[in-house]
Design a protein around this ligand. Structure first.
Ligand SMILES: O=C1O[C@H](COP(=O)(O)O)[C@@H](O)[C@H](O)[C@H]1O
Length: 542
């Protein structure tokens, strides 16, 4: 009775300021606004009411009047209730309308604007009368600007006392590229570190937010009883991580010219997938470890073991790097640069295959191939582990036809974990397979040309599963840093890739036709490998 008369007071919602810097960027339009809406909606609909009162600001360089209208237009087409599950549509629409109106435009063109923003956040915060939980700055802008903005955050935007344990938090989210080699990554990390503590920095690798990538460790953990024995150089024939895209580089060549496909996706996304396949499964109760992504410490340990692998051809030992460029890439460079002719490097690869090896005794003799490309025949990304049958101690591996596939997206499989049953007999017994949480085993009805022999697991949430950026935004808001790269991990990634790039940067890519398949057979024929003659990277005037 007493409880009925005096219901427990609701905790007062605390204010969270969210500043999206680069509000007119394509990333913001394509993903970020919708992902922030999803997090906002979830908070609003919490049983007992929201514990957070979000204040959203969208920043860009345009003057206020123009920027305000543009932001409102962008919000109108980039946010919706489509795909929002378990929420009444009318409720969702009402919340969406409030969310769109609550986003305030701020012009951010120079130091004075950041100073003004700091004062505005303090003033508007005080007006709400609610205590501040924290401030999030999402930088969807060129990395050249990161260091300067980190300084503004440190000088003008940090709430007073934000470095104390009880004080409001500050989180700064940055998108790759984090440098273009080890030296520049170190320099950027040092510049950011002058103004931000390590735990304030959230370096995104959006592949870590993809459902299948997050299921690799849980699948391995759930099946460790039988799978760990197979997960060694004695049984694993090869590991391949691939990302194929049909899109070309038109409109993006100014970025591609400075980076190329190895820096764009092999050094980061594909490496992280490989790390999750290779990592020793962290103990269940390790506090710093996330069940799906491990800890920075575990991931860094794998990176320390990776080296460039080799292959032998005609008795000659060669580094396994193959690079290619789609036909027509230079026309795209020329058209992107029409208004601004300048010297460009012509040898930037738009497709590459690189084989790494491991110094860990468990993985002796296994090649780890990372492949990616633009303007290819299909859009898909996957990790494939080939398992070999009949491996007596000391004997060569044979019968390597069983494939355990983590299909991240696209291709014939869509989002799936799958294996070819017949070839895996004796290695993967269907009855022994435990589906990880959030996944279920489905009937393979041969959809999309899938051979009936494949056993398929799919995510329970189906099409409406949160996308990678929903996961990124939710993780930043909850302060879960496991999805993001810490400085040590990032620099170890670059240590692996600096060595590869010191060779790849001197190679002349072989031209390939648009729609190329990038599979094993065609790869060696079409994509060139290191040779003595082409060590210089020629430059031409366009
Ligand atoms: O980071 C990048 O990823 C995209 C591909 O991401 P996805 O989620 O669409 O598979 C790639 O197109 C882009 O070049 C790269 O910078």
């Amino acid at each position: 009775e007493e409880e009925m008369a005096n219901p427990a007071p609701q905790p007062r919602a605390r204010r969270v300021d969210v500043v999206l810097i680069g509000a007119t960027s394509s990333l913001a339009k394509k993903y970020l606004f919708q992902s922030f809406f999803r997090s906002y909606l979830e908070e609003e609909l919490k049983p007992g009411g929201p514990a957070r009162d979000f204040h959203f600001y969208g920043g860009a360089t345009r003057p206020v009047e123009e920027g305000r209208q543009l932001l409102s237009d962008i919000l109108a087409f980039s946010t919706s209730c489509k795909g929002v599950q378990d929420v009444d549509l009318a409720v969702c629409e009402e919340k969406l309308s409030v969310f769109r109106k609550s986003f305030q435009y701020v012009q951010l063109r120079g130091e004075d604007h950041y100073k003004q923003l700091g004062r505005r956040l303090e003033r508007e915060g005080a007006e709400t009368g609610k205590p501040l939980e924290g401030r999030l700055f999402y930088l969807s802008i060129s990395p050249d600007l990161y260091a300067g903005i980190a300084q503004y955050v440190g000088d003008y935007l940090r709430p007073i006392g934000a470095r104390d344990a009880e004080a409001p938090w500050v989180r700064v989210v940055v998108e790759k590229p984090f440098g273009r080699d080890l030296a520049s990554a170190e320099a950027l990390a040092a510049a950011l570190g002058q103004h931000l503590a390590e735990e304030e920095l959230y370096r995104v690798d959006h592949y870590m937010g993809k459902g299948v990538v997050q299921a690799i460790l849980p699948f391995r953990r759930a099946n460790r009883g039988w799978l760990e024995a197979l997960w060694t150089g004695r049984h694993v024939g090869a590991v391949e991580v691939s990302m194929k895209e049909t899109e070309d580089c038109q409109g993006r060549t100014s970025f591609y010219e400075g980076y190329g496909v190895i820096r764009d996706v092999l050094q980061n996304h594909l490496t992280q997938v490989l790390v999750l396949l290779k990592m020793d499964i962290p103990p269940d109760k390790e506090s710093t470890s996330s069940p799906s992504l491990g800890s920075h410490h575990h991931r860094t340990a794998v990176l320390r073991e990776l080296v460039l692998g080799g292959e032998t051809e005609g008795g000659e030992s060669r580094a396994s790097i193959h690079v290619g460029q789609y036909q027509g890439y230079l026309d795209h460079v020329a058209s992107d640069r029409r208004s601004e002719p300048r010297v460009v490097r012509t040898s930037v690869p738009t497709a590459a295959s690189v084989t790494l090896a491991s110094r860990h005794p468990r993985w002796g003799g296994v090649s780890f191939t990372l492949k990616a490309g633009k303007a290819l025949d299909e859009r898909t990304s996957y990790a494939r582990v080939v398992l070999c049958d009949g491996v007596p101690e000391g004997a060569a591996k044979a019968g390597c036809a069983c494939e355990l596939l983590f299909n991240i997206q696209g291709g014939k499989f869509g989002t799936a974990i799958a294996w070819n049953r017949t070839a895996c007999t004796g290695m993967i017994e269907p009855a022994a397979v435990v589906t990880p949480p959030g996944w279920l085993s489905v009937e393979n009805e041969g959809e999309s040309g899938l051979a009936a022999d494949w056993q398929v697991l799919r995510p329970t949430a189906g099409e409406n599963a949160p996308n990678a950026y929903d996961m990124v935004v939710a993780a930043v808001l909850s302060g879960d840093r496991s999805m993001f790269l810490d400085t040590e991990e990032l620099l170890h990634q670059w240590r692996v890739w600096d060595n590869v790039l010191s060779k790849a940067d001197t190679m002349e890519p072989e031209l390939y036709p648009k729609g190329f398949a990038l599979d094993e057979v065609e790869l060696s024929g079409v994509i060139g490998s290191i040779s003595e003659e082409n060590e210089d990277s020629p430059h031409i005037e366009l």
